[in-house]
Design a protein. Structure first.
Length: 431
């Protein structure tokens, strides 16, 4: 344990982890209530009104665990904390998602963020025309206030989540439902991979650290809100966490496939793929990682490239780089955006800073590639955090990536085979 990590470990382990659980749910309840009262976005307000109750109930459950900790240790152990986490995710993410999907199916047009509509339109176009993208001329022919929704700034795989909508208009064909299913499946497989990741050299995975990592990807407000109202980032994040779990289990081929699927959905997974390839190289498995990490995104691009190359370039290159018919509305007040808008030649300055960070990370990878999955997660987390803060056009919600990756890192590190009696069986040392 490094000196820098000791304060976090002390806070995380206070009262067997329950102190931080209580703080997480209590602060999240306040955040959800404030969101319900003040947000200018109708889907966010709708989320907050439901999630505030869910977080409050979870906080009350944790308070009960704290009171019973001395008399009934089993009700305050890691297994019980998993149960509360599952309850919290169901009430603060899945329930608001289901409510908004049902309301939208019944005619409410203010119960989904724009990315939900974009993904579903992309799925319908994929089913009808073989490509999820509209070309430049087709977007230009749309009314001016509809051109933004004409762009699909994702990789082709994201359109698969919109395919159910091409068949029937119902609550369960809402793309958020499928985002949630893939997210849950990927996280479940990731936890399963970590259960089998223990080695004599690394120790069994820390059950409490795995739980904290899952909380960061599920019940943290930035993740729960995103899944319930938009959702497209959550399966990408979950697949990246799965890839890192496979890395911790010394399964480089599987790690490459998982991050490759994520990269076929969204560009945010590509930096994670690059760092994982360097991790694989330290095990003479860089090619195995690269085959999935790079091969799957390329395979996803080939069909749409053959159908309409210009449409692909317009959506995945010109628009994200600010050269489309409309500009991205992503404008959170992070340093990169402030520099780009407030300084002379600000966009150039912000771009230069972003490039400098990229070069620094590249040098670090070349000189000292990560030898463990935990180190890989830390590099990805801090690198994405720097990129999000310095990008001229970004969103507050993108912080879910670095936050979850950084909290996931301790779950990948393993620990010596010493556990408390209330730890789950899979976290205990093997005889």
């Amino acid at each position: 344990m490094t000196a820098a990590s000791r304060p976090w470990r002390s806070l995380d382990s206070a009262a067997g982890g329950l102190a931080l659980d209580l703080g997480l749910y209590a602060v999240s309840a306040a955040f959800a209530a404030i969101t319900a009262a003040t947000s200018t976005l109708p889907p966010h307000r709708a989320w907050g009104s439901v999630a505030a109750v869910g977080y409050l109930l979870a906080a009350l459950l944790v308070a009960g665990q704290l009171l019973l900790r001395g008399r009934r240790p089993g009700l305050a152990g890691v297994t019980a904390r998993w149960t509360v986490t599952g309850f919290a995710w169901a009430t603060v993410a899945l329930l608001p998602l289901a409510v908004q999907s049902a309301q939208r199916a019944s005619g409410r047009t203010d119960r989904a963020q724009e990315e939900v509509v974009v993904v579903e339109h992309a799925g319908i176009r994929l089913a009808e025309h073989g490509t999820p993208y509209l070309g430049h001329d087709a977007i230009a022919a749309l009314p001016a206030d509809e051109r933004l929704l004409g762009y699909t700034p994702y990789q082709p795989g994201m359109a698969l989540f919109g395919l159910p909508r091409a068949g029937v208009d119902a609550w369960w064909t809402d793309s958020r439902v499928w985002f949630a299913l893939v997210t849950a499946l990927a996280l479940a497989v990731a936890v399963g991979a970590l259960r089998g990741a223990g080695r004599p050299s690394a120790g069994r995975p820390d059950a409490a650290a795995v739980l904290r990592g899952v909380q960061a990807a599920t019940v943290l407000p930035v993740c729960a809100l995103t899944l319930a109202t938009g959702g497209d980032d959550l399966p990408v994040l979950a697949l990246c966490l799965l890839a890192l779990a496979f890395a911790a289990a010394d399964r480089p081929g599987a790690a490459g496939v998982a991050v490759g699927i994520a990269g076929a959905l969204k560009l945010f997974a590509w930096p994670v793929a690059l760092v994982l390839i360097f991790w694989g190289a330290t095990r003479r498995a860089g090619l195995r990682v690269a085959l999935g990490a790079l091969g799957l995104p390329v395979l996803a691009l080939v069909p749409v490239l053959l159908v309409d190359r210009d449409a692909l370039v317009e959506n995945v290159l010109r628009f994200p780089l600010g050269h489309g018919l409309v500009t991205s509305p992503a404008q959170s007040p992070f340093p990169g955006h402030l520099i780009a808008t407030a300084l002379p030649a600000g966009r150039v300055v912000a771009a230069a800073l972003l490039v400098a960070v990229g070069v620094a990370i590249a040098v670090r990878l070349l000189r000292r590639p990560p030898g463990t999955a935990a180190a890989t997660a830390l590099i990805c987390g801090y690198g994405l955090l720097a990129a999000i803060l310095l990008m001229p056009a970004t969103r507050f919600g993108y912080l879910l990536y670095p936050l979850a990756l950084l909290v996931w890192a301790p779950a990948l590190a393993g620990r010596p085979a010493t556990v408390s009696p209330d730890s789950p069986t899979w976290a205990r040392p093997r005889a």
